[in-house]
Design a protein around this ligand. Structure first.
Ligand code: HEM
Length: 421
């Protein structure tokens, strides 16, 4: 998930870069995520320096916040720690042209954030989830019924991407035959490593405009018509829409696609991969499907599909004894907070009946807490329920290929075979 502000701006590619000394505690390095070697530096940060300043990194200077408590503190003080001042990822951006901005409410502060969030929130109420649940179940069942038993296939593409894309297409009433465009746009928008080269940054920007243009057409088709039960129509007919210009409207739609896509997809892959890593826990889940809802929380905690969100200090302040200056950038490492042993015992392990699994920070905390959390939970729970009905076990048959980035924490490929239990 990324703001267009970041797409437009990114880092200034023309400035000469001084040689950089690699700090072993610089957890923004993409290879840590590609190689799954982030565990140790975070363990050290949590033990020795939960609020730690990285002087030089591929993303400039930033504070790493790596334990549970200070992350909750930062997210509880949105006036001091802004989502708007520097955007929501560790990647900086330069000032964009105002005529091409597509602002998104995830990167806004109060009071604007409040009004715009209110526009989409009705699409995610418990009653809306009930309304969507039959459709999601039907689509999930259809995909599971096409899977080849006892043959190798890629879980990411066949199941996680397809199900997530269908979920979003239902939410937006998006043309079914074009639904993979949602995946394509989202993959480009969510990869903050791309902003490091000018060519890719511009390519990425072009795709974001293409996405905006597509949604513009859908918007034109629905404006002035009777309301229909989908997000686009809901936004058109909401009160806050009167104060939202068209670029903001499009920006927020892109936010919803990107916000829902990588995250839900990577949780579904984690459900297959993580349970295979802990076969005893998988057996317990298979024996007692009433554990599914808790397991969904536990998988989201264990995976943490967005490794961090960024905040920018609006004033001088103190966090865990460290002096934060106005304008400083802070990376809130949910990935690390969700492995904080002072909150989650035996945190590296998936425990299907973990009593406090729900306390995870993978959806963030406070006024920006994920608005789509219920939908993601519904989709992942439905997947596990439909697998249980078919007594379907996913066996991982090779190493996953992981995303090399410190923002989206996920998988590109996961080779599996399915069997009956
Ligand atoms: C915000 C994670 C699914 C839409 C967020 C935030 C996180 C997050 C960490 C930011 C919280 C903060 O800054 O404090 C996740 C995870 C998901 C998921 C882990 C799946 C497991 C979804 C889905 C949608 C969605 C399915 C919609 C279709 C959004 C939006 C925001 C948001 C619109 C901005 C909320 C605000 O600024 O008020 N999400 N998300 N997310 N998410 Fe999600």
């Amino acid at each position: 998930m990324a703001t267009l502000a970041q797409d437009v701006g990114a880092q200034d590619q023309t400035a000469p870069k001084p040689p950089r000394v690699v700090d072993p505690l610089d957890v923004s390095r993409p290879e840590l995520y590609r190689d799954d070697t982030w565990h140790e530096p975070f363990r050290q940060l949590r033990a020795e320096a939960p609020v730690y300043k990285v002087e030089q990194s591929g993303f400039g200077t930033f504070w790493s916040v790596s334990t549970y408590k200070p992350i909750v503190e930062v997210e509880s003080l949105p006036d001091i720690y802004s989502s708007e001042a520097g955007g929501i990822t560790i990647a900086d951006f330069i000032e964009e042209r105002s005529d091409v901005r597509m602002p998104m409410f995830i990167a806004m502060d109060r009071p604007k954030h409040t009004g715009q969030r209110r526009t989409v929130a009705p699409a995610f109420t418990p009653s809306e989830m009930v309304r969507m649940s039959d459709n999601i179940r039907m689509r999930t069942a259809e995909i599971l019924d096409t899977l080849p038993w006892g043959e190798e296939f890629d879980w990411v593409d066949t199941v996680s991407i397809e199900l997530t894309t269908q979920m979003l297409a239902i939410l937006f009433d998006f043309p079914w035959e074009d639904r993979r465009k949602l995946t394509f746009w989202s993959d480009w928008a969510g990869d903050i490593e791309l902003v490091k080269t000018e060519e890719l940054r511009l390519q990425r920007l072009q795709y974001m405009y293409e996405c905006g243009g597509y949604f513009q057409k859908l918007w034109d088709q629905k404006v002035g018509k009777e309301p229909t039960p989908d997000l686009i129509s809901m936004m058109i007919h909401s009160d806050a829409m009167r104060e939202m210009d068209q670029m903001e409207f499009l920006g927020n739609l892109i936010l919803l696609i990107v916000g829902g896509n990588d995250t839900t997809r990577n949780s579904m892959t984690a459900a297959a991969y993580g349970l295979d890593l802990f076969p005893d826990e998988r057996t317990r889940l298979e024996a007692d499907p009433s554990l599914i809802h808790n397991t969904v929380q536990e998988i989201i905690r264990w995976q943490t599909p967005l490794a961090h969100m960024r905040r920018t200090a609006t004033q001088d302040t103190v966090l865990e004894g460290q002096e934060i200056k106005q304008g400083d950038k802070l990376a809130l490492w949910y990935l690390s907070a969700n492995r904080d042993e002072s909150v989650f015992e035996n945190a590296d392990k998936i425990i299907v009946d973990r009593p406090n699994a729900r306390r995870h920070l993978a959806f963030g905390h406070g006024i920006h807490r994920c608005v789509g959390a219920r939908l993601a939970e519904l989709q992942i729970a439905t997947l596990l329920e439909e697998m249980a009905k078919r007594r379907m076990r996913v066996n991982v048959v090779g190493e996953p290929e992981r995303v090399a980035a410190c923002f989206v924490h996920g998988y590109r490929k996961l080779p599996v075979e399915i069997s009956k239990y």
